[in-house]
Design a protein around this ligand. Sequence first.
Ligand SMILES: *Cc1c(COP(=O)(O)O)cnc(C)c1O
Length: 401
Amino acid sequence: MKSNDYIAMDEKYGAHNYHPLPVVISWAEGCRVKDPEGKTYYDFLSAYSAVNQGHRHPKIIKAVKDQLELCTLTSRAFHNDRMGPFLKKLCEFTGFEMALPMNTGAEAVETALKCARRWGVEVKGVENGKQEIICVEENFHGRTLAIISMSSDPDAYVNYGPYCPGFKRVPYADASAIEKAVTPNTVAVIIEPIQGEAGVFVPPAGYLKSVRDICTKNKMLFICDEIQTGFSRTGKRFAWQHEEGARPDIMCLGKALGGGIMPISAIVADHDVMKVFTPGTHGSTFGGNPLAAAVGMAALDVLVDEKLDENADRLGKIFRDEVGKISCPKIKQVRGKGLLNAVVFEKGFEAYNVCLSLRDSGLLAKQTHGNIIRFAPPLVITEKELREAIAIIKSVFEQIK
Ligand SMILES: *Cc1c(COP(=O)(O)O)cnc(C)c1O
């Protein structure tokens, strides 16, 4: 079968809940992918930052193969010999005391919201049912009913009512708006340290620290959704670490924790917060399974061993520098941190067509919000590969009239 046949099959049998770029991937390695016709592309989406370690990293593949020979699933009704070592490594990597493993990013966010609501009652003393959580405009935290109840994007929430109560939404990047929204029943604030889906929107310096301070002052939990920004993507292990004194109470983790192999997510927090979970109050059949634990450990090892945070930081600067120099009248801004970057075109511009041209020239990237293209290659990309990719981007952008 050819690419077009696979696309037609997706269209016929798959729900139309995505609008993918018309390209089929049948092979991948490092920062490159291939279609069934044998054409090679640079992957500049990295599955929304889920393949920070590169496609099919040999160390992660080896961990999968080794674990497949031993044990893959036990459920949490029994202990397994992989989960503990995995959670220990995750706690050491993140600098938090405890972790709760789940599968998808949305589940990690749900876990954080449940944790905050319980903490609100049991530690802060808010009456059950009155807990409020502050979220922000343009957020993206996933697709469950509770999560889309926080969304300001009509595509995400329209006709899915009734919505989950208990959320208050304020503008992003405005700490005073959070402060004004606080009531005695507010138990937490949830934000992304950089808004990925909103178009790689980087808040002004000082914002995260201010949110941290407001949370401390009002006895609220600061929840940082690092599902897209985490695991070295922005040049530090986690994006909040770009600011001194901004440590959250709960981090939501996912995507690259699965090393590009399988869905693995978690929240991490200190004991004081995590203690609200007691036997039977939360869980997941697949959460913490030994195969995922083995993959997660290898995924973390690769980030540390290959210093992917430093690589992202160094190459990100080159990317923004070089792409910023490209002469194209429609470009308004090149922004981002580390290897999470975006090119913003003027309002009304159809970036989808640019993505098609990039594809034809051998680079895969996806537009968001119509006029923004995110560029986020696997963090294992070399400087030589990055410069080659930038040359492709330049040749396409210079054709834009
Ligand atoms: C992708 C993403 C999620 C949801 O993760 P899923 O694995 O798709 O459920 C949540 N928050 C952020 C910031 C994300 O980028």
